[in-house]
Design a protein around this ligand. Structure first.
Ligand code: SAH
Ligand code: SF4
Ligand code: F3S
Length: 469
């Protein structure tokens, strides 16, 4: 599609601001500010989207609450990646019937990746009649208009057209931290890994103009943000759809030129598109964290082919070797799917052997969950849930041991961390992250929040390090 059809015209964004202003009038109460609750499931992309939703709600005059009993507007931003994620949301929707009975005026909105699925929308329409507004991620920028229709028309609104997706610049945002920020650099996914729902609910790959990204990062650095995470389902596809000759490595080089004391992280990198140019750029750029989330999914090349991942065990391992040769301190993490349809025990154990070979710092391991409409959901899946659970636990045990060993290697060393918040634990009152993104529970003064500090690592466990300033 043409970019002119993808980038939302300024006039359309202006119209949304007009709806926002009208809503401020409609929602206003004589005695107090209207209150909104935004509940977020899923990945960082959803977290970033919720910050935009909160930005729009704030401009409508809303304050925020976590108590459904006090809320005038409830927004549930959902995830469809695995069945469990969807079950949680349906459970929550069930509970919200009480909130609606107590306060029939409360407006309940369901958005995010689940909402983009027609089966879900149909189910909500028929069986969850207290839900007033349903819209998918592609309609996020039109939230003010949709909410206005819902509130002023006092009717249920469903906006889940199967959309290619767009790019909306200039939406307001509420950032939840003064230290860390998310910056979406692209939206959607074109990879169609055979198990994955994301390309169906997030539309086609589309990149923001580099000038817009650079301006946003510069603004954040000037405002004192110390850690900026660039987001995309596959950041390595960045720029393929742009007229300007720019890929993700070029974008990192440009961002790196912005002066200041800050770190750039990014996720996620698809291994098929991550190459030497990216690793060389990461190694060279001082602001780029030496951290790579490089989801392998499986250690068996036949399974990888069935997953439509576009690389083999060998080419993946070659990339890891190269990345480590130019960044010896690289912190490497990954995602794994156990029990893909047709996977045998021997193939699952290939994943285990890959983990032993790579020695990831941390791993996110999931048991395959069939997603309606994806090719993998139609593949024969003979292994039982119990068998898959056994493989899953073996992989988990191995990774826990490896993480524990790698973390013990930090004890006694002094490392630089960014103190990013208070932990609530009096023994270790601060939480912080190393350059590579490892969590360090810290003893020190709360005045350090938002600053870099040199800390001595005194203890560790499977999940974290413990240090003293
Ligand atoms: N775009 C990212 C992944 C986003 S989804 C990438 O390509 O790396 C995050 C993780 O959820 C995936 O890496 C995968 O491990 C897992 N996942 C996706 N679909 C799944 C499914 N149907 N069942 C189980 N895990 C799944
Ligand atoms: Fe899903 Fe694959 Fe796209 Fe990642 S790259 S979002 S796993 S289809
Ligand atoms: Fe879930 Fe959508 Fe992210 S399906 S993982 S919230 S892109």
């Amino acid at each position: 599609m043409d970019r002119t059809q993808i980038v939302i015209p300024a006039a359309d964004m202006e119209r949304q601001r007009e709806y926002t202003a009208r809503l401020a009038g409609v929602l206003a109460r004589p005695d107090r500010a209207p209150m909104a609750l935004v509940d977020t499931y899923g990945c960082q992309q959803n977290v970033a989207d919720s910050q935009r939703i909160m930005g729009m709600l704030r401009e409508m005059g809303c304050g925020f609450t976590e108590d459904p009993g006090r809320a005038d507007i409830i927004v549930i931003n959902t995830c469809a990646i695995r069945e469990n994620a969807e079950k949680k949301v349906f459970g929550l929707l069930g509970q919200l019937t009480h909130a609606k009975e107590k306060n029939p005026d409360v407006v309940i909105c369901l958005c995010g990746c689940m909402a983009q699925q027609e089966v879900v929308a149909r189910k909500v329409k028929a069986s969850y009649r207290h839900v007033d507004l349903v819209f998918g991620p592609q309609a996020l920028w039109r939230f003010p208009e949709l909410l206005y229709e819902t509130v002023s028309g006092r009717r249920r609104v469903f906006s889940i057209r199967d959309e290619h997706g767009s790019i909306a610049e200039g939406m307001p945002v509420v950032r939840e931290s003064a230290v860390k920020a998310w910056v979406s650099i692209m939206y959607g996914c074109n990879n169609f890994c055979s198990y994955c729902i994301v390309p169906y609910v997030r539309g086609r790959e589309r990149s923001r103009e580099s000038a817009a990204i650079l301006a946003e990062v510069r603004e954040l650095v000037e405002a004192g943000y110390k850690e900026i995470t660039l987001l995309g389902q596959n950041v390595n596809s960045y720029g393929k759809d742009l007229a300007e000759p720019m890929d993700f490595a070029d974008l990192l080089s440009e961002i790196d030129k912005i002066p200041g004391d800050y770190l750039i992280r990014f996720m996620t990198s698809h291994p098929k598109d991550a190459g030497q140019k990216l690793f060389d750029t990461m190694a060279r750029c001082g602001h780029v964290a030496k951290q790579l989330h490089l989801p392998v999914q499986s250690g068996n090349s036949r399974v990888l082919k069935e997953m439509n991942r576009g690389y083999t065990r060998e080419t993946y391992l070659e990339k890891v070797r190269y990345a480590r040769s130019v960044m010896p301190e690289l912190v490497l993490t990954s995602d794994i799917i156990v029990g893909f349809p047709g996977e045998t025990e021997a193939e699952a154990m290939d994943t285990l052997s890959l983990i032993e070979e790579v020695r990831y710092d941390a791993l996110f391991t999931f048991i395959f969950s069939p997603r309606p409409g994806t090719p993998a959901s139609r593949m024969p899946d003979p292994a039982s849930r119990a068998e898959k659970q056994v493989w899953f636990e073996r992989i988990l045990d191995a990774q826990n041991r490896i993480s524990g060993e790698l973390h013990r290697g930090y004890v006694g060393r002094t490392v630089r961390v960014l103190v990013d918040g208070e932990s609530g634990d009096p023994a270790w009152p601060l939480s912080s992250r190393t350059n590579g993104g490892r969590l360090v529970h810290l003893k020190g003064d709360t005045a350090l929040v938002g600053q870099y500090a040199g800390v001595k690592i005194v203890d560790s466990n499977t999940w974290a390090l413990f240090g003293e300033v």
